[in-house]
Write a protein that binds this ligand. Structure first.
Ligand SMILES: [Fe+2]
Length: 276
């Protein structure tokens, strides 16, 4: 078995059904199809894809059916957690074959032990609310899972960022009890990363002795505006993905990749050396 392991993270797909545009402006389904094309074409190819919530836009069955049809084009296994735009029951009904979605009777949270890196998905959603919270049962479950394998590198993922980003209209919707999560993470030094979405931007923070990485959206991004009274707006900045590369020598390295194709690549060198 190879010991290196590549995890692609995408987030906040916000899929709509029937060709409808998110906010009447964003073709999120086309954006997901471009994302899948990009991930399938990566060399080396990611071993797995994790999708950190807001899978669909309004938690509807027809949106999940659209999502499922699109994800069928992905060449590698994928693992899902819900965001505040999702509906646990509709998500589960759409994906009866994804066993990880059905392991807990109440929350869509799971632990995958099949790979060199352990993957733990947390359900930070509060039905009917935009913010996130982890109740005592979810936190205890995480603590117990992490105690099982203290020496195995582990990724923990949840939708809501456990930090204050400075983007005010999003910060009121963050994970409200982030201190409680940090206290659990701090006990378990094998946690290489805490992965999240929700902010539709690439953001990092030191968290509970680990590193939290927030992933861009596959379609629209939240405007980078750190004024406390900033309007709730999105921008069509380039969408991206995170590529978390684990090797025994380096542990975890996290890259930000772009989904769109850009001009290049061009060589630095020719037959005379570095091009002048
Ligand atoms: Fe989102």
């Amino acid at each position: 078995m190879t010991t290196s392991f590549l995890i692609a993270q995408i987030s906040d797909l916000h899929i709509k059904a029937g060709g409808r545009l998110s906010y009447r402006r964003v073709d999120t389904l086309a954006a997901l199809q471009r994302t899948i094309d990009r991930l399938n074409s990566l060399q080396p190819r990611p071993d797995v894809v994790v999708i950190t919530g807001d899978l669909v836009d309004f938690g509807r069955a027809d949106e999940y059916a659209t999502l499922k049809a699109a994800l069928a084009a992905l060449d590698m296994p994928y693992y899902l957690i819900p965001g505040n735009h999702d509906d646990r029951q509709a998500l589960r009904q759409a994906f009866p074959e994804l066993l990880h979605l059905h392991r807990d009777p109440e929350f869509v949270q799971w632990c995958i032990d099949d790979y060199p890196v352990r993957l733990i998905g947390l359900d930070s959603t509060v039905p009917g609310q935009s913010h996130g919270e982890l109740c005592h049962r979810r936190l205890s479950w995480l603590d117990e899972r992490l105690a099982e394998q203290p020496d195995k590198p582990t990724l923990v993922m949840l939708h809501h960022p456990p930090f204050v980003s400075g983007i005010g209209h999003m910060d009121v919707q963050r994970l409200l009890n982030s201190d409680a999560l940090a206290a659990v993470i701090r006990k378990h030094t094998q946690v290489e990363r805490v992965l999240c979405g929700h902010l539709h931007r690439s953001i990092q923070q030191r968290f509970g002795g680990s590193i939290v990485c927030c992933c861009p959206g596959t379609a629209h991004q939240v405007a980078l505006d750190l004024n406390p009274d900033a309007a709730a707006c999105f921008v069509m900045e380039p969408p991206g993905y995170l590529l978390h590369c684990w090797t025994p020598e380096q542990a975890m390295i996290s890259h930000l990749g772009m989904i769109e194709a850009f001009d290049g690549p061009y060589p630095f060198y020719d037959e005379n050396g570095l091009i002048d």
